[in-house]
Design a protein around this ligand. Structure first.
Ligand SMILES: [Ca+2]
Length: 483
């Protein structure tokens, strides 16, 4: 999370993030990433022919199921036409690029209606960057065209894969959002006059809310409700949110900050006290769990923090309450025991600038962060992948633009770059959500839903998440409903 809450901290770490991101994303480390789809690759089994603009033989290297062989384009913009033996139905394309030359690409199918023959573009996005997972509504076609429409020169495609990904049987896919206490306390979230008012459909998408900052530690290990809010008001806020949801699934977490104390003192002198106080606080105010957002522990503090998390989870288990952390894909030293103790993490997979200045591309905002935390030992189901509902400038400067800012909101579902700013647009949001489902992740995290456009708009990011879950998953619960 973070953003405007602690912009100055963000600005300082930005430089560090930039260095890490450039280092982390500068190779072709993910070209061989295993595709998680449980389906046949139609590009290897059902292809009759494949041709580029020069009709050379090399294009076959893009569909030979060997990531070491590549099709190298003969010019900076080029296309590949894949013709199936017969019409194929699919909803997913994976593209693997060696090197990072592609800056815009599209997918089209051929419409052979007599008198109206043409290539119909149904998907467009920006960079490929090693591994690009593209999710879309099912198409049934005889020919598919991949076209790189803007590049930094001749490019190399090692594989194009095509799948008809079946619906995954998932119950309880999490969608977490952050709300801030001032918005709650002022009643903005439920005031139709306010731009921060939650729309009724919010409850159909978001099923977990983290309230920032419900409390801060002081140096005696007490949990202090921040200025501007009384205990009764906080209690009322939690109740109001539950009333808003009625019978619908909802978990509410108290996000706790360490910025009003010396955490080392609390850990070493009040370790047991702060755990007792946390349990009491969560029970008193009606929370389902605690979520930490510590940006950022130093190396030694990671050990103290890890110990705290293990002991806290033990104490909260008695009450069936959860422990969660917002985390960044670098400088992460949590112990394996603490990793196992956590119920979930929210990956802050944004503000991570790639070579194009995109702070949450598919590579920097999905592939790299997910692999990072799987590699650390998290189970997929513990992970919530973060989605920014805001843009950052290409130059990485300290500016945040809300998605619903009319001067910047993308004009169609494929657009991520707008007026010098990088968003994760509607299609990108679908791709990341579908990828998370495919990888078996526990869910998504949003920062934050109040920045979305109206739910009725085709550009609504919340709606994009909902649509992706509906088209890519089926739950035992919904199966029972069908019966
Ligand atoms: Ca190949």
């Amino acid at each position: 999370m973070k953003k405007k809450i602690i912009i100055s901290t963000v600005a300082i770490i930005l430089c560090v993030a930039l260095i890490f991101s450039l280092t982390a994303f500068a190779g072709d480390g993910f070209t061989n990433l295993e595709t998680p789809v449980n389906a046949e690759n139609l590009a290897s089994s059902q292809i009759e022919s494949v041709a580029d603009s020069k009709e050379s033989k090399k294009p076959v290297n893009a569909v030979d199921s060997d990531t070491k062989t590549v099709w190298k384009s003969s010019k900076s913009t080029d296309s590949l036409v894949l013709t199936f033996k017969e019409e194929q139905t699919f909803n997913t394309v994976v593209i693997r690029e060696k090197g990072w030359k592609i800056k815009n690409f599209s997918l089209s199918y051929y419409v052979d209606t007599p008198g109206n023959e043409h290539w119909e573009t149904f998907y467009r996005q920006d960079s490929v960057e090693d591994y690009r997972y593209c999710a879309f509504d099912t198409v049934t076609v005889k020919q598919l065209k991949f076209e790189a429409t803007s590049t930094n020169g001749c490019f190399k495609i090692s594989e194009i894969e095509i799948y008809n990904s079946p619906k995954k049987n998932i119950d309880g896919f999490r969608v977490s959002d952050y709300v801030v206490t001032p918005q709650l306390a002022k009643g903005e979230l439920f005031n139709p006059e306010s731009s921060n008012c939650l729309q009724p459909e919010y409850c159909d998408v978001v099923n977990q809310i983290h309230i920032i900052a419900s409390a801060k530690w002081n140096n005696e290990g007490e949990l202090i409700i921040p200025d501007g809010l009384t205990g009764d008001e906080l209690k009322a806020c939690v109740k109001q949110m539950r009333d808003f949801y009625g019978e619908k699934d909802l978990e509410i977490f108290a996000t706790v900050f360490f910025n009003a104390c010396d955490p080392d003192t609390v850990f070493t002198q009040y370790g047991d006290v702060v755990i007792e106080n946390t349990v009491a606080f969560l029970r008193e105010y009606g929370f389902d769990g605690v979520s930490y957002d510590w940006e950022y522990p130093n190396r030694k503090q990671w050990d103290l923090f890890s110990e705290h998390l293990i002991n806290l989870k033990k104490a909260l288990s008695k009450y069936d309450m959860k422990v969660s952390c917002a985390v960044c894909p670098w400088n992460f030293y949590m112990s394996k025991e603490a990793i196992d103790a956590l119920d979930q993490i929210e990956i802050m997979s944004y503000d991570l600038f790639d070579n194009d200045g995109n702070h949450s591309s598919f590579a920097s905002g999905a592939v790299q962060p997910v692999e990072y935390f799987l590699d650390k030992g998290f189970k997929p189901e513990q992970i919530n992948l973060g989605l920014p509902f805001y843009a950052r400038p290409k130059d990485g400067s300290g500016i945040w633009i809300n998605y619903d800012n009319p001067e910047y909101t993308p004009v169609d579902r494929f657009q991520n770059y707008s007026n010098g700013m990088w968003f994760s647009g509607t299609q990108m949001t679908m791709d990341k959500t579908a990828y998370a489902i495919e990888k078996g992740l526990g869910g998504m995290m949003i920062f934050t839903a109040t920045e979305d456009v109206e739910y009725s708009s085709d550009l609504s990011l919340l709606k994009s998440i909902r649509t992706t879950i509906d088209t890519r998953t089926i739950s035992d619960k919904s199966k029972e409903d069908i019966k």
